[in-house]
Design a protein around this ligand. Structure first.
Ligand code: EPU
Length: 350
């Protein structure tokens, strides 16, 4: 195990923010984690697990020990007459897993194509897109307890998935005080891909593709290609313009609150949820406040999608985490003043 001092993190976070890890250990196998936990000095240090770095804002050099997850490998674990169970190591790129399963004719992950980030980070915020969330395809995961060095597995119920939420986002959660933020490193994730696959097409952008192409019963590969095209048209490629995907979660309100907003703002984009609450499109709220294209220093609001904050300074003059957070707070204030809605950021602030 090698402890690297002062490692630049600019190419390890999708915003392209310039910051250093004071100490960094690359995790290639479970044994690397065991070695960290067994080490007298490292054992007691606070730790920060870094995956693809696509959902973080770095506001300065990272003082906790950075564990950069680079465990690789994907395999079919089991095939029954009903499903395939596939496993991917945490350091694999999420999109590579999606493409690999489809190449093998195992459908199910296609709606989540092109989501940036690593497999290990995917359960942390229960990634989702175009009507499918990770929890809909999740089987189980393995992780290592960063205090004891013990390996453990969790099923979906134990992960306590919610909208962009899981047990890994909470210091402690629920009455039993179970929360794993900063306490565990996810090493492998398994997915259950059912053989009675049906396309998930309820999302407006996909309905448009069906109308455009005249294809009403697409294959998984077809949906994969549509989702890639939709995302490329709408969302900035982090390799070209630094960003962390949607910067805020879509807020939910009660029917009464929604009626109140509609009375003042008839065009507000909203969707009815299964539990009777209403989800509002945060991107629409921010757009309505006139934020598209606005900047604070080198942090800006993406021109084509107001929900995405971007690094307008590129690699040479990157935005700072402070600029991103100042911009984010200004957006929160203006949305609150106009709509009475408090927007919650999606990425973790480090
Ligand atoms: N809208 C605007 N102006 C904008 C942005 C959006 O009017 O600047 C309107 C759109 O026209 C649309 C509505 O707001 O009617 C919703 O926008 P969109 O369909 O682009 O989806 P979203 O709510 O912005 C969510 C996820 C995305 C995911 C897409 C597709 C969240 C926070 N975001 O975006 O996830 O890809 O749906 O399912 O839930 C991510 O988490 O990083 C992410 C990209």
């Amino acid at each position: 195990m090698l402890v690297e001092p002062n490692t630049p993190l600019q190419s390890y976070n999708s915003f392209g923010i310039s910051a250093k890890a004071l100490k960094l250990v690359r995790v290639h196998t479970e044994a690397d984690v065991y070695a960290v936990v067994a080490d007298e000095t490292l054992r007691s240090q606070p730790k920060f697990v870094l995956g693809g770095g696509s959902n973080i804002v770095l506001t300065g050099d990272v003082k906790p020990l950075v564990l950069k997850v680079e465990i690789k490998g994907m395999r079919l674990v089991e095939e029954t007459d009903k499903a395939w169970v596939v496993e991917a190591a945490a350091g694999e790129k999420w999109h590579d897993l999606v493409a690999w399963t489809l190449d093998n004719d195992w459908p199910g992950l296609e709606n989540m194509a092109l989501i940036p980030g690593s497999v290990g980070a995917s359960p942390v915020q229960n990634i989702g897109a175009y009507g499918v969330e990770l929890q809909d395809r999740f089987h189980s995961l393995d992780a290592v307890d960063l205090t004891t060095g013990q390996t453990f597995s969790l099923n979906a119920a134990q992960c306590a998935f919610g909208y962009r939420d899981s047990v890994f986002k909470h210091e402690s959660s629920g009455p039993n005080g179970l929360g794993l933020a900063g306490k565990a490193l996810i090493t492998r994730v398994r997915f259950l891909l059912r053989k009675d696959w049906k396309p998930v097409l309820g999302y407006l952008d996909l309905e448009r593709k069906m109308a455009e192409t005249g294809i009403s019963n697409p294959t998984a590969q077809q949906i994969f290609e549509w989702v890639c095209a939709i995302r490329k048209a709408k969302l900035p490629d982090p390799a070209v313009i630094g960003n962390a995907g949607s910067f805020f979660k879509n807020p939910t309100v009660t029917q009464d609150q929604c009626d109140d907003i509609i009375a003042r703002e008839p065009k507000v984009v909203h969707y009815l949820l299964d539990d009777g609450r209403i989800k509002l499109a945060a991107g629409w709220l921010i757009d309505a406040c006139g934020w598209k294209g606005k900047t604070v220093g080198n942090a800006g609001v993406y021109e084509k999608q107001a929900l995405v904050l971007v690094n307008v300074g590129g690699k040479e003059h990157p935005c700072t985490g402070g600029e991103v957070m100042t911009l984010a707070r200004a957006i929160q204030t203006s949305v609150y003043e106009r709509f009475g809605i408090r927007l919650e950021p999606e990425p973790g602030v480090v």
